[in-house]
Design a protein around this ligand. Structure first.
Ligand code: NAP
Length: 257
């Protein structure tokens, strides 16, 4: 394999990538890395994302902000249509938006459960359904990448709805992968470990929990958005055409312990 063809295998030139939750943290890192690989970016989320936009357009790629509240499943359904309308196609979907609510089991409210499962699971499915249907109808060898969690395979502490939703994301990933493989569309998930983002602000503010966590991470540090983004580029690129239905840990070795 020549160098030029290897570069082509990792190129997203001419592709359009929809990233949910691209304003901050891991989603922003993904959007910027996908743009660096050549993709135009549709950034969806509840608030405008001028910093992501500046980074993407600074690389010469197009950026479009699509407002959406994924706590509303109907809005997720509309987002699929709106995203396709921007450039007439979506080649890559990164389902990154997610929220976490922490409470003891006895105090876990219906409201917490519904909010977490709707954003992290229901809307992920509905958006994937809409975008996958578009990919099939347009004959696009698309890529769907779901940002799951270590809590797709572990239980966690005081985050029961998040654990339920992320376990289900791993299942939905496999189910969609099986059904979409004959159409050349891959569906994979990533299980980020403990990453330095707003999602883990409460943990990082707690010295005892930080020590417990870092003692158990073989690489010995919090992960960075760039650690995740390069894995997303692989799963979004032509290079990964024979990889589908996996849950890829990007966790500094946490699950290997
Ligand atoms: P983050 O900085 O809190 O990002 C979460 C993103 O989700 C934000 O961009 C947020 O948008 C968006 N979002 C929240 N509510 C939404 C809604 N109702 N509709 C649409 N978008 C919404 O945390 P992060 O760590 O980057 O999280 C990204 C993903 O990684 C999540 O799925 C999370 O579960 C997963 N993850 C993170 C870690 C970690 O250690 N950080 C570990 C495992 C998995 P706004 O900020 O604009 O409101």
């Amino acid at each position: 394999m020549g160098v030029a063809s290897l570069a082509d295998l990792f190129s997203l030139s001419g592709k359009v990538a929809l990233v949910t939750g691209a304003r901050t943290g891991l989603g922003r890192g993904c959007a910027e890395a996908l743009a660096a690989a050549g993709a135009d970016i549709l950034g969806a989320g509840p608030r405008p994302m001028p910093e992501t936009e500046a980074a993407v357009t600074g690389m010469g790629r197009r950026f479009t902000y699509l407002p959406v509240d994924l706590a509303d499943r109907a809005a997720a359904r509309r987002l699929a249509t709106e995203a396709v309308a921007v450039h007439g196609r979506v080649d890559v979907l990164v389902n990154n938006s997610g929220i976490i609510r922490r409470a003891d089991l006895s105090d876990y409210t219906d409201e917490d459960w519904d909010a977490v499962t709707t954003v992290n699971l229901d809307s992920l499915f509905v958006l994937s359904q809409g975008i996958a249907t578009h990919m099939r109808e347009a004959g696009i060898a698309g890529r769907i990448v779901n940002i799951a969690s270590l809590l797709a395979v572990q239980g966690g502490i005081r985050v029961v709805a998040y654990t339920a939703a992320k376990h289900a994301v791993a299942g939905v990933t496999k189910a969609m992968a099986n059904e979409l493989a004959p159409h050349g569309i891959t569906v994979n998930a990533i299980a980020p470990g403990y990453m330095d983002t707003d999602n883990t602000a409460a943990l990082r503010a707690d010295p005892a929990r930080t020590r417990q966590i870092m003692d158990r991470v073989p690489v010995g540090r919090w992960g960075l958005p760039s650690d995740l983004a390069t894995a997303v580029v692989f799963l979004a690129a032509p290079a990964s055409g024979f990889v589908t239905g996996v849950l890829l840990p990007v966790d500094g070795g946490w699950l290997a312990r």
